[in-house]
Design a binder for this molecule. Structure first.
Ligand SMILES: [Fe+2]
Length: 185
């Protein structure tokens, strides 16, 4: 272990999010099994929100085509909503005594949404890819909601209901835009 490597990094280099170091083990009436299950359900959602935030900003910055203004503004709105959800979820993890995202490398360990490093992406493909990613995120948020409910974390289920609704709103906008896109768009 290097001096900069945390004791909470396992031998395979993966960051351990639960149990927290004693100084960060916020007290909770949830059992440690419940808090661990919730932590392990939420942290990948946060990593995915980060990944999708960056992808949405990437497309906001690298957009080309006749719909520039509309999509540029829409992607920014979507990115803002994703960013807001990150802090809300990360602070839920801390309130129940788990630890959350530490770094870009931690995000890459947990993310299930793929990065997009293509040089040029046609605007229509941007909309389609973001729609698919938001669909994937909604599915993951719904599964995490079930985990939180099963483990008595009703505050997080309530929060996730709003976050899921926002994800579905983004998906809806992107899906409807796709109906008007032809392949050369
Ligand atoms: Fe901007």
């Amino acid at each position: 272990m290097t001096t900069r490597q945390s004791a909470h990094t396992s031998t395979d280099g993966r960051v351990k999010s639960y149990p927290a170091p004693s100084q960060l083990a916020t007290i909770t009436d949830l059992t440690s099994q419940e808090a661990q299950a919730i932590t392990e359900a939420l942290n990948p959602l946060i990593a995915d929100a980060f990944a999708l935030y960056v992808k949405t900003k990437n497309f906001h910055w690298h957009l080309i085509g006749s719909h520039f203004r509309d999509y540029h503004l829409l992607f920014d709105e979507h990115a803002d909503a994703l960013l807001e959800s990150i802090d809300l979820l990360a602070e839920r993890v801390r309130r129940i005594g788990g630890t959350t995202i530490r770094s870009i490398s931690h995000i890459s360990q947990l993310q299930t949404i793929k990065d997009d490093n293509n040089d040029v992406v046609p605007a229509g493909d941007m909309v389609r890819r973001l729609m698919e990613d938001n669909r994937h995120l909604a599915q993951a948020q719904r599964v995490a909601h079930e985990v939180c409910e099963k483990n008595r974390d009703y505050a997080t289920t309530s929060l996730l209901e709003t976050i899921l609704d926002n994800t579905e709103r983004r998906k809806w906008f992107l899906f409807e835009i796709m109906q008007g896109i032809n392949n050369t768009d």
